[in-house]
Design a protein around this ligand. Structure first.
Ligand SMILES: [Fe+2]
Length: 296
């Protein structure tokens, strides 16, 4: 019943067309029209990785986690129910929009919506980026999410105990020298990405601090920076290299208010030899925090 990938996200917005322009012109993804006015953003051979829909609110609506088999799906559903967390199976229309065999949704102890799915449906149509961008996804999921929490301990216990994620590392970050440091816990699922999910003691109103997508070279990060400049997208953190996953990345503000980390060179881990570690800084260099938005 292992989760093997961060498969998709559903992004809520008040302006789908803003996301279409941002997703294609800045991120370099392909836009495909979905049902009921939804927009699919495609970044690899999957039919989509982002669904953008008008929910009347700028938010990360849901994070979609993939298991490999129907048996894993049923086993994980039972475990979540056993933990006395309410599980809701997707309706026919919802399953159709997500292009999976089936999914269930639940709220984690931080009140954030997650979905677990099995059997993605893909036409394997070729991904042709409008900007020539190549994303790093295969066997690693599409990227990662850092989500806000006001009850870090309970949330991490749920994700490690029930969802069987592993702790990758812990960051204690001093943002204000007169206040205690904030904690961010980084978690991995059953693939080599150093973290697919993290929880931060932050209060992001969009239900998300940032999502991360990875590209295949530093030149692609540089080209993305040029496009960010060209399209006047606000940068929230400058280029830098993280200490935990070695990612060289920068952060920008998305049309839904949360941030997007755009990076390259993320570590691919062998978890059999990993030792959990704690750090007191997020980056070897760079990642200067601008715009007054929270880092990491
Ligand atoms: Fe990140």
């Amino acid at each position: 019943m292992k989760i093997t990938e961060f498969g998709y996200v559903i992004i809520g917005t008040t302006d789908v067309e803003k996301w279409r322009a941002y997703g294609t012109d800045v991120l370099g993804m392909m836009a495909v029209d979905g049902p009921d006015g939804a927009l699919y953003l495609k970044m690899d051979e999957r039919d989509f990785r982002f669904v953008v829909k008008n929910t009347g609110k700028d938010q990360l609506y849901a994070s979609g986690w993939g298991v490999d088999t129907e048996a894993d799906f049923n086993a994980l559903k039972n475990s979540v129910e056993k933990a006395k967390v309410k599980v809701t199976l997707g309706t026919t229309d919802e399953v159709k929009m997500r292009k999976v065999q089936n999914f269930f949704s639940f709220s984690d102890p931080s009140g954030l919506r997650h979905e677990v799915f099995w059997g993605p449906i893909s036409s394997f149509s070729k991904f042709v980026s409008p900007t020539g961008t190549r994303f790093v996804t295969t066997n690693l999921g599409f990227g990662h999410a850092v989500l806000p929490t006001s009850n870090l301990k309970e949330t991490v216990e749920f994700w490690t105990g029930v969802m069987k994620f592993g702790v990758s590392d812990i960051l204690h970050l001093t943002m204000d020298p007169s206040a205690p440091p904030i904690s961010i816990n980084f978690l991995h699922c059953f693939n080599g990405r150093q973290h697919s999910l993290a929880f931060a003691e932050l209060g992001d109103p969009a239900g998300c601090n940032h999502l991360m997508v990875e590209v295949d070279s530093i030149d692609e990060v540089g080209r993305a920076l040029d496009r960010v400049d060209q399209h006047k997208v606000p940068i929230s953190m400058t280029l830098g290299r993280h200490v935990n996953d070695d990612m060289v990345s920068f952060y920008m503000v998305t049309p839904s208010g949360f941030q997007m980390e755009f990076g390259t060179g993320g570590l691919v881990k062998d978890w059999t030899t990993h030792q959990v570690f704690e750090t007191t800084r997020g980056s070897h260099w760079g990642h200067k925090f601008i715009l007054g938005m929270p880092p990491e």
